[in-house]
Design a protein around this ligand. Structure first.
Ligand code: GLN
Length: 231
């Protein structure tokens, strides 16, 4: 049966640096999301053209149909379901706060009073930080990229960053100069998104391919490639 995607090329928007989901290694876009979408495209017989736009820009591009889909460690939320259609969830995630590794002054949210924290424009981390900002008396500054957020914490222009915990954990394990001191806040799982009511065949092919990768063990291999404990 014709799946409606075979031989077609779809433009897929993603974040810039959101390791281990998307990042550049030797100039090439790599990561869990990149491996997943490429493997699914191969299984389902379509081509992908990846655009590394940044998270908020990718979501805007999807809303205005400048891209066909987004895979960007994008959490499935009820609010987003009003404007996008999501695939089956493919990775469990949530939010955590990170501070500079050598900062002894922040042990919890109560130490944020009068300080500035950073979060990514349009992200769940931003929503969460804003939801507790008044209670703890801190200011949220929004930035477009995780790399810039981490730099501002290390340079001291912000005391903390709110970002997805699998991404923070990956960076901390690579000695990126940050550490976590507060508990993880459970959030939405990641899903592949298309604009609401558009690209239904692409969404169905993603779900079909994802199920195949999960059944064959290839999904686990992709995760292990980036997340396996090296010890
Ligand atoms: N998972 C978070 C969200 O969807 C952040 C995604 C990202 O920064 N790429 O809001």
């Amino acid at each position: 049966a014709d799946s409606g995607v075979e031989g077609k090329t779809f433009v897929i928007g993603t974040d810039t640096t959101f390791a281990p989901f998307e990042f550049r290694a030797d100039g090439e876009l790599t990561g869990i999301d990149m491996d997943l979408i490429r493997a699914i495209a191969e299984k389902e017989g379509f081509e992908v053209e990846i655009r590394s736009l940044g998270f908020n820009a990718a979501l805007q591009a999807l809303s205005s149909d400048q891209v066909d889909g987004v895979i960007a460690g994008m959490s499935i939320t009820d609010e987003r379901k009003n404007i996008y259609d999501f695939s089956e969830p493919y990775f469990e995630s949530g939010i955590q706060m990170a501070i500079a590794k050598n900062d002894e002054s922040i042990k919890g949210y109560e130490d944020l009073e009068g300080k500035t924290v950073v979060a990514k424009t349009g992200s769940e981390g931003e929503t969460y930080a804003k939801s507790i900002a008044d209670q703890y008396g801190f200011t949220v500054k929004s930035l477009d990229q995780s790399a810039t957020m981490y730099e501002s914490v290390k340079s001291g222009s912000a005391v903390a960053v709110f970002d997805d915990y699998p991404v923070l954990a990956y960076g901390v394990a690579q000695n990126n100069g940050l550490t976590t001191v507060t508990d993880k806040v459970p959030g939405g799982s990641y899903g592949f998104a298309v604009d609401k009511g558009k690209n239904a065949a692409l969404l169905a092919a993603f779900n079909d391919g994802l199920a195949e990768l999960q059944a064959s063990g290839e999904y686990d291999q992709i995760l292990d490639k980036y997340l396996a404990d090296p010890t």
